[in-house]
Design a protein around this ligand. Sequence first.
Ligand SMILES: Nc1nc2c(ncn2[C@@H]2O[C@H](COP(=O)(O)OP(=O)(O)OP(=O)(O)O)[C@@H](O)[C@H]2O)c(=O)[nH]1
Ligand SMILES: [Mg+2]
Length: 295
Amino acid sequence: MKTSQLISVIIPAYNEAAYIESNLAETIETLRSLGYAFEVIVVDDGSRDATHLAATRIFDRYRHSVRIVRYEQNQGKGNALICGASCAKGELLVFLDADMDLHPRQLPVLFKILQESGADVVIGSKRHPESNVAYPRLRRLYSAGYFAFVRLLFGLPIRDTQTGLKIFKREVVASVFPRVLAKRFAFDIEVLANAHRLGYRIAEAPVTLEFRRTLSRIRLSDVWSVFIDTIAIFYRMRILRYYDTLDISDSSLFHVAAASNPCIIRHDDRMNAAVMVTMSTATEQTEPKLLVLTH
Ligand SMILES: Nc1nc2c(ncn2[C@@H]2O[C@H](COP(=O)(O)OP(=O)(O)OP(=O)(O)O)[C@@H](O)[C@H]2O)c(=O)[nH]1
Ligand SMILES: [Mg+2]
């Protein structure tokens, strides 16, 4: 399916130096061949390797299609996605993992579902009956158990929340991201539970997942923290009613999303780059310390 709307493809990257350059080039070439109007926003989430340098080489090659954002301290994938979204100009936001386990050539399937189902969010789902996934049996087991648990807690009508390929309408990101507190792996569940609670429609799409990394980076401690963070989200949603007390106006959207995290991104059109500014505390608005200029 083709869409004439601008698509912002946000790619979180943490210690991806080994493959990021070829993965980004392949992603951009794929998006071009699909005929999309797009921008790619790479968020280097405080990588300790040369991710930033590799991504900057892509910026040199594809200047008009890509922006690179970096901050110095690793803060988790969720935070990287919020930062990326803060500088997105597109009507549709695509979140895509940097490791290419999920190839962007499958995007037309997701766009078709977005258009035909009338959904506001389309998520790639490893547990969709038509998905083609080859991933370790232990991961499958975690995944099945976790989603039974998620359904019980939030009544979410989906079978997977963690897959690194999703499309959101801008409006959903605008009203949901500013509510989100989780910055690491429970980010997805907090976003989707809030989108569902606000009445947005979420559809699942089949994906083809090629497990390219030889070793998964998910550790048992990560599984445990997702579990604890998920209970915390339930507590905020159903017991504290925290999300109900927030007053988020749509106009404050990406600005609020950035300000509620310890970073602000300013656009610098002259440099065609995002300028990342961090603040020592989330509330300290004056004289933020300039960290990184890309290019
Ligand atoms: N692990 C991890 N990934 C991050 C972080 N920040 C951004 N990312 C990016 O988020 C995406 C998903 O991370 P992965 O480590 O591939 O997580 P996964 O796909 O669930 O797990 P495996 O591919 O099995 O290791 C990648 O593009 C990472 O580079 C972070 O703090 N930790
Ligand atoms: Mg991965």
